[in-house]
Design a protein around this ligand. Structure first.
Ligand SMILES: C[S@@+](CC[C@H](N)C(=O)[O-])C[C@H]1O[C@@H](n2cnc3c(N)ncnc32)[C@H](O)[C@@H]1O
Length: 218
């Protein structure tokens, strides 16, 4: 038995029905800690895409108690929320996040349970990271649990990733496919209301595209 293999077999569960076998496998299925043990004080998208994330958060008036899920040393807020909790894999990155009020080192692929009370957050954001989740429906269900009624869950992503750590289904689909995949995660959890998907960067100029999908807890 490969004890280093942390990826579950999510499509064995009824809620994953319809996703093809292998969709949530990864080229590197070893414990994520191996990959994230060294801090990466870098940005994963270009300045225009980062600005698009900040603009979206401002436009959606995200404030109050906010969780940045799968976070690092940057959270991209233009206006910092009253309380910003960051959760990710690398402690050095998280403690360097100047916008954060508190941080949690937590592997969502080992344990999709989120260490927070029901209905606590006004919003949860997840930037350029949803493609690394091998049990996304459990995580989305947990996000639903910890957001207050009417609260927001925003996912944003571009066309770049760590290919060995992204799920195979992501690597084998294009930008529109990625929007559909994330939309499907919302549709299979919740109920989420007012689901929206948008391309937040102009197609007519070069640079990293920034897509976002968001919804409110019904
Ligand atoms: C591409 S980086 C994006 C970081 C940050 N959200 C940003 O906008 O720059 C991917 C992030 O996902 C987090 N991550 C990857 N796998 C994870 C896991 N299994 N559990 C929790 N976080 C994870 C890593 O800690 C890393 O910070």
């Amino acid at each position: 038995m490969d004890t280093d293999n942390t990826d579950d077999n999510p499509y064995a569960h009824a809620r994953y029905e319809g996703f093809p076998p292998g969709f949530f496998d990864r080229a590197d299925s070893t414990n994520d800690n191996n990959f994230y043990v060294a801090p990466r004080m870098v940005t994963h998208i270009d300045d225009r895409a980062i600005a698009a994330v900040g603009d979206l958060y401002r436009e959606l008036e995200i404030n109050g108690r906010v969780l940045d899920l799968m976070s690092s040393w940057v959270s991209h807020f233009v206006e910092v929320p009253e309380e910003l909790v960051v959760l990710g894999m690398n402690g050095d990155e998280l403690t360097s996040n100047s916008q954060a009020s508190s941080w949690h080192q937590h592997d969502l692929n080992l344990d999709p349970h989120l260490p927070f009370d029901d209905n606590y957050f006004d919003a949860v954001v997840c930037c350029v990271s949803v493609d690394y989740l091998v049990r996304p429906l459990e995580v989305f269900a947990e996000v639903y649990r910890i957001i207050r009624k009417g609260g927001l869950f925003v996912n944003s992503f571009s066309n770049r990733c760590f290919p060995t750590k992204a799920i195979r289904g992501w690597g084998q689909t294009d930008d529109e496919g990625h929007v559909s995949i994330v939309g499907e995660y919302y549709r299979r959890t919740g109920p989420w209301a007012d689901l929206r998907a948008e391309l937040r960067t102009p197609l007519t100029e070069p640079g990293d595209p920034l897509y976002a999908v968001w919804g409110h807890k019904a």
